[in-house]
Design a protein around this ligand. Structure first.
Ligand SMILES: [Zn+2]
Ligand SMILES: [Zn+2]
Ligand SMILES: [Zn+2]
Length: 163
Protein backbone atom coordinates (compact mmCIF):
# COMPACT_ATOMS: atom_id res chain seq x y z
CA UNK A 1 0.00 0.00 0.00
CA UNK A 2 1.49 3.30 -0.99
CA UNK A 3 0.31 6.39 0.78
CA UNK A 4 1.10 9.59 -1.00
CA UNK A 5 2.16 12.00 1.65
CA UNK A 6 4.48 14.81 0.85
CA UNK A 7 7.07 14.73 3.58
CA UNK A 8 7.68 18.45 3.29
CA UNK A 9 4.08 19.24 4.04
CA UNK A 10 4.50 17.66 7.46
CA UNK A 11 7.20 20.19 8.32
CA UNK A 12 5.28 22.97 6.75
CA UNK A 13 2.02 22.34 8.55
CA UNK A 14 3.54 21.61 11.91
CA UNK A 15 4.68 25.08 12.78
CA UNK A 16 5.57 25.98 16.29
CA UNK A 17 2.11 27.32 17.15
CA UNK A 18 0.50 23.97 16.50
CA UNK A 19 3.17 21.86 18.13
CA UNK A 20 2.12 22.50 21.70
CA UNK A 21 -1.29 20.90 21.32
CA UNK A 22 0.06 18.31 18.91
CA UNK A 23 2.42 16.76 21.47
CA UNK A 24 -0.37 16.42 23.95
CA UNK A 25 -2.69 14.88 21.38
CA UNK A 26 -0.03 12.39 20.36
CA UNK A 27 0.70 11.38 23.94
CA UNK A 28 -3.00 10.96 24.56
CA UNK A 29 -3.53 8.97 21.40
CA UNK A 30 -0.72 6.59 22.33
CA UNK A 31 -1.90 6.35 25.94
CA UNK A 32 1.31 7.76 27.32
CA UNK A 33 1.57 9.68 30.51
CA UNK A 34 2.22 13.31 29.78
CA UNK A 35 5.67 14.00 31.23
CA UNK A 36 7.81 17.02 30.52
CA UNK A 37 10.55 14.92 29.03
CA UNK A 38 8.13 13.18 26.66
CA UNK A 39 6.56 16.46 25.59
CA UNK A 40 9.90 18.09 24.97
CA UNK A 41 11.27 15.19 22.97
CA UNK A 42 8.14 15.07 20.83
CA UNK A 43 8.26 18.77 20.19
CA UNK A 44 11.91 18.43 19.14
CA UNK A 45 10.85 15.84 16.54
CA UNK A 46 7.83 17.87 15.43
CA UNK A 47 9.73 21.13 15.10
CA UNK A 48 12.78 19.66 13.36
CA UNK A 49 10.91 17.39 11.01
CA UNK A 50 13.98 15.27 10.18
CA UNK A 51 15.65 12.30 11.87
CA UNK A 52 17.44 13.08 15.14
CA UNK A 53 20.24 11.41 17.06
CA UNK A 54 20.26 11.09 20.83
CA UNK A 55 22.68 14.03 20.94
CA UNK A 56 20.45 16.16 18.67
CA UNK A 57 17.54 15.48 20.99
CA UNK A 58 19.49 16.48 24.07
CA UNK A 59 20.49 19.70 22.34
CA UNK A 60 16.91 20.50 21.44
CA UNK A 61 15.14 20.03 24.71
CA UNK A 62 14.78 23.05 26.89
CA UNK A 63 15.19 21.37 30.23
CA UNK A 64 18.16 19.20 31.05
CA UNK A 65 17.05 15.60 31.43
CA UNK A 66 19.59 12.94 32.22
CA UNK A 67 20.70 10.58 29.46
CA UNK A 68 18.88 7.63 31.00
CA UNK A 69 15.54 9.46 31.00
CA UNK A 70 16.01 10.49 27.38
CA UNK A 71 17.05 6.94 26.47
CA UNK A 72 14.02 5.44 28.24
CA UNK A 73 11.67 7.92 26.60
CA UNK A 74 13.04 7.02 23.17
CA UNK A 75 12.62 3.33 23.96
CA UNK A 76 8.99 3.91 25.02
CA UNK A 77 8.31 5.86 21.82
CA UNK A 78 9.90 3.08 19.76
CA UNK A 79 7.84 0.40 21.50
CA UNK A 80 4.62 2.38 21.09
CA UNK A 81 5.18 3.07 17.42
CA UNK A 82 5.60 6.81 17.69
CA UNK A 83 9.10 6.83 16.25
CA UNK A 84 11.29 4.42 14.28
CA UNK A 85 15.00 3.89 13.92
CA UNK A 86 16.64 5.26 10.83
CA UNK A 87 19.74 3.61 9.50
CA UNK A 88 22.44 6.17 9.00
CA UNK A 89 26.13 6.03 8.21
CA UNK A 90 26.95 8.60 10.90
CA UNK A 91 27.71 6.01 13.57
CA UNK A 92 24.94 7.00 15.98
CA UNK A 93 21.38 5.82 15.63
CA UNK A 94 18.84 8.29 14.33
CA UNK A 95 15.13 8.32 15.04
CA UNK A 96 12.24 9.73 13.05
CA UNK A 97 8.57 10.29 13.77
CA UNK A 98 6.30 7.57 12.42
CA UNK A 99 3.57 8.42 10.00
CA UNK A 100 -0.03 8.52 11.20
CA UNK A 101 -0.85 4.98 10.11
CA UNK A 102 1.93 3.47 12.21
CA UNK A 103 0.95 1.76 15.44
CA UNK A 104 2.64 -0.88 17.50
CA UNK A 105 0.71 -3.75 15.89
CA UNK A 106 1.25 -2.42 12.44
CA UNK A 107 4.66 -0.94 11.81
CA UNK A 108 5.90 -0.38 8.34
CA UNK A 109 9.17 1.44 7.96
CA UNK A 110 10.30 -0.04 4.74
CA UNK A 111 10.40 3.32 3.09
CA UNK A 112 13.41 5.05 1.65
CA UNK A 113 15.52 7.35 3.81
CA UNK A 114 17.47 10.15 2.27
CA UNK A 115 20.59 11.68 3.76
CA UNK A 116 21.80 15.02 2.51
CA UNK A 117 25.58 15.17 2.27
CA UNK A 118 25.50 18.96 2.53
CA UNK A 119 23.29 19.74 5.54
CA UNK A 120 23.54 16.25 7.06
CA UNK A 121 19.79 15.89 7.54
CA UNK A 122 18.19 12.50 7.09
CA UNK A 123 14.55 12.44 6.05
CA UNK A 124 11.87 9.81 5.62
CA UNK A 125 10.55 9.50 2.10
CA UNK A 126 7.42 7.69 3.14
CA UNK A 127 5.80 7.39 -0.25
CA UNK A 128 8.69 5.41 -1.71
CA UNK A 129 8.97 1.86 -0.46
CA UNK A 130 12.17 -0.15 -0.34
CA UNK A 131 12.00 -2.40 -3.41
CA UNK A 132 11.54 -6.10 -2.77
CA UNK A 133 14.76 -8.05 -3.18
CA UNK A 134 14.90 -11.79 -3.79
CA UNK A 135 17.48 -13.34 -1.51
CA UNK A 136 19.47 -16.52 -2.20
CA UNK A 137 17.85 -19.74 -1.03
CA UNK A 138 18.14 -20.26 2.71
CA UNK A 139 18.19 -16.57 3.66
CA UNK A 140 15.31 -14.99 5.53
CA UNK A 141 14.89 -11.21 5.55
CA UNK A 142 13.59 -9.55 8.69
CA UNK A 143 13.76 -5.95 7.63
CA UNK A 144 15.19 -3.89 4.83
CA UNK A 145 16.73 -0.44 4.95
CA UNK A 146 17.63 1.80 2.09
CA UNK A 147 19.57 5.00 2.60
CA UNK A 148 20.05 7.22 -0.39
CA UNK A 149 22.65 9.97 -0.11
CA UNK A 150 22.79 13.13 -2.12
CA UNK A 151 21.46 16.67 -1.99
CA UNK A 152 18.12 17.43 -0.39
CA UNK A 153 15.65 19.72 -2.10
CA UNK A 154 16.65 22.80 -0.09
CA UNK A 155 20.40 22.33 -0.55
CA UNK A 156 20.02 21.51 -4.20
CA UNK A 157 17.94 24.65 -4.78
CA UNK A 158 20.32 26.89 -2.83
CA UNK A 159 23.25 25.51 -4.85
CA UNK A 160 21.46 26.37 -8.06
CA UNK A 161 20.96 29.89 -6.73
CA UNK A 162 24.72 30.31 -6.23
CA UNK A 163 25.56 29.57 -9.81
ZN1 LIG B 1 6.27 3.19 13.02
ZN1 LIG C 1 20.42 19.38 2.61
ZN1 LIG D 1 11.50 6.80 8.15
Amino acid sequence: MIKFTNYYSKNFVLNWMKIKSQEENLLQEYALRNTNCRKEILSAFLSKGFALTHADIEENIAEAHDRVTVYRTLKTFLDKGLIHKVLDDGGSAKYALCKDSCHFEDHNHEHVHFKCTQCGQTNCIENIEVPKITLPLGYKAVEANLLIQGLCKDCNESNVGLR
